[in-house]
Design a protein around this ligand. Structure first.
Ligand code: TIU
Length: 223
């Protein structure tokens, strides 16, 4: 066991052992952060999400240098959509539905160009990529088992979107006993208000779901 590292965080400092901590990058896929993808077909402006890319790139580089586990997730479905509930398929009457052909291939379908992670944050050799059909990274995936196999107890959480897949995953992780630090400048929402309140909801009530801090403190702790 190494000495725990400390990050100044809301509501109080986050302590983590780098040997038992993983960086989680949630759904940094072209379908969410690039024009023409699923996010835009839902009526969203993707520019707010793109602000996450430069700080997250720095966090990813530093995490790899420090030798911590790195795990990526992708939201998406099998080509026959058998793992996509009709309720999800039809929700919101989007201009393009999951599975429809779009400018980046079939929307949110595994193996398509738009479903994959953006070039700036592409997984490195040996990094785990979790394909998930839902919003949470634990639902119907092998993530929990992989974390247990690797003796991972803490998660540094990044990605998109703050109030949807990040929140769902942090809540799932919290119920399974993992301690989560959410990096405020490395998670993004299509809505400024949801970003603010989404982060406040995690750290409120003494850290009801986890801790929140800007990435600078995490980078400093890794030095
Ligand atoms: N729409 C939205 O905010 N998010 C999603 O549909 N998926 C994720 O957050 N990854």
């Amino acid at each position: 066991m190494s000495d725990p590292l400390l990050v100044e965080a809301d509501p109080y400092p986050f302590a983590f052992d780098p040997d038992h901590t993983a960086l989680l990058l949630i759904d940094m896929q072209r379908d969410f952060v690039e024009p023409g993808g699923f996010g835009e077909t839902l009526g969203n402006d993707v520019s707010l999400l793109r602000q996450v890319i430069p700080p997250l790139r720095d966090v990813l580089d530093a995490t790899r240098r420090a030798g911590l586990t790195v795990i990526h997730t992708r939201e998406g479905h099998l080509p026959d959509l058998s793992d996509c509930p009709p309720a999800k398929l039809n929700r919101g009457a989007p201009s393009l539905r999951i599975g429809d052909p779009g400018p980046k291939g079939r929307i949110l379908v595994r193996g398509e160009y738009g479903h994959d992670i953006i070039d700036e944050l592409a997984p490195a050799e040996g990094e785990l990529v979790i394909d998930k059909p839902g919003k949470g990274a634990f639902y119907a995936t092998g993530l929990d088992q992989a974390l247990r196999d690797g003796d991972v107890r803490s998660l540094v959480v990044t990605g998109v979107t703050t109030e949807v897949c990040v929140h769902t995953t942090v809540r799932e992780a919290n119920d399974r006993g993992y301690e989560c630090l959410v990096l405020s400048d490395c998670v993004g929402s299509y809505f400024a208000g949801f970003q603010r309140y989404g982060l406040e909801m995690i750290a409120a009530q003494g850290g009801i779901f986890g801790w929140v801090a800007p990435s600078g403190g995490y980078l400093k702790a890794l030095e």
